[in-house]
Ligand binder design. Structure first.
Ligand code: GTP
Ligand code: MG
Length: 366
């Protein structure tokens, strides 16, 4: 029996099993098993080695954004409108058959936008090019789930299931659990909060399911058993996600209002070019990047060529972005913040100073 069939069997058994206190542990075991098969399916070894591979597209720019959606929602139209790359668009389904990268230029930063083939239900199990699409999604810094505003809301849930199946967790943070495997000493479980969704026994059952008999577990958050399995497997990707509803030119104002107010959601029309600037702004915000302009003494900063860094970056990261030897000769830096128009005097700072989006920085060396 192949892995897919085995998974199907387990899923059927889970569906048959009533959910109650008595079956909870059995279900926990089944869940653990299912997660293990999924991992095998996605990172296969030997003869089926190709299955886990995505499309071979070179990463470029400061970050990567992947466009995920059903066929004909307008992914390629969006790429063509926001980048210099033209991707074929058409009224029929599966127009796009491979990954097509484009570059969004945003205030001097370069963001790679990946147009991908439409995915269908069962993508994670290998239907269509789905598995390749979802593996590329794993390499992105931000996922855009593109939806057709004129279609049923069911699409969104189906896409989430596909991404979930390959270990992508959207708009969630990593559960606060420390797991350490040991070679002896049995299982120690500590919790700093009261568990209301699961209990120690369920955790032990899952550990047994993975044949783990020696480990330390420290649970610092009220997790579910699924989240515990995520921690155990360790290969989950926690990614920000924006839900973008396209084709708002074809829906009522009431519907538009409703969609625009959903969490992590925004509405656009690629065809009419509506709200695309706002989309870029949101992409930037969700990527958690900051851009910093450098300035030489007596010269205006070059506002077309910023250094892009992750949120939480310091002057030290800025130095690395300029030249790798700069840190060893560093004396101090001057920083003009966003509000510099109101307060023209720069702040004198050291290497550990956190930089903000749109800061202008001058580095002074020995
Ligand atoms: N009404 C309307 N139609 C749009 C809009 N954006 C795209 N379309 C149309 O939707 C159809 C599909 O667009 P594509 O960009 O090819 O869709 P896709 O998501 O790339 O589709 P696949 O490559 O097949 O997965 C085309 O006929 C577009 O003209 C929009 O904002 N409004
Ligand atoms: Mg397309």
């Amino acid at each position: 029996m192949g892995i897919v069939e085995k998974m199907k069997e387990i899923e059927e058994e889970m569906a048959r099993t009533q959910k109650n206190k008595a079956t909870e542990y059995h279900l926990g075991l089944l869940k653990a098993k299912l997660a293990r098969y999924r991992a095998q399916l996605l990172e296969p070894t030997g003869k089926s080695g190709k299955a886990g591979e995505g499309f071979d597209v070179q990463k470029s720019g400061d970050a990567r954004v992947a466009l995920i959606g059903f066929p004909s929602v307008g992914k390629s139209t969006l790429l063509s409108k926001t980048t210099k790359t033209a991707s074929e668009t058409a009224a029929y389904e599966f127009t796009t058959l491979t990954a097509i990268p484009g570059v969004i230029e945003y205030g001097g930063a370069r963001i790679q936008l990946l147009d991908l083939p439409g995915i269908v239900e069962g993508a994670a199990q290998g239907r269509g090019r789905g598995r390749q699409v979802v593996s590329v999604a794993k390499t992105a810094d931000l996922i855009i789930i593109m939806l057709d505003a004129t279609k049923s809301q069911e699409q969104r849930r189906l896409l989430e299931i596909e991404l979930d199946a390959v270990g992508i967790r959207l708009n969630k943070k990593k559960p606060d659990v420390v797991f350490k495997q040991k070679s002896a000493g049995g299982i120690t479980i500590n919790t700093t909060v009261k568990l209301t969704h699961t209990d120690e026994k369920a955790v032990r059952t899952v550990l047994a399911g993975y044949k783990i008999h020696n480990c330390d577990v420290m649970i610092r958050e009220d997790i579910t058993i699924d989240e515990f399995i995520d921690v155990l497997l360790g290969n989950r990707k926690y990614l920000p996600c924006l839900y973008v509803f396209n084709k708002i030119d074809s829906i009522s104002m009431e519907e538009l209002d409703r969609l625009a107010n959903l969490d992590h959601s925004l509405v656009i029309s690629c065809e009419l070019g509506l709200n695309l600037d706002y989309l870029l702004e949101k992409i930037w915000e969700n990527l958690g990047l900051v851009k910093v302009y450098t300035k030489k003494r007596g010269v205006h900063p070059d506002l077309t060529d910023p250094i892009c860094l992750r949120k939480g970056a310091t002057i030290e990261h800025v130095c690395h972005g300029i030249h790798r030897t700069l840190v060893s000769n560093f004396r101090y830096a001057l920083v003009w913040g966003k509000s510099s128009k109101f307060a023209p005097h720069p702040q004198k700072v050291g290497l550990t100073h956190l930089v903000q989006d749109d800061d202008v920085v001058s580095i002074f060396t020995k």
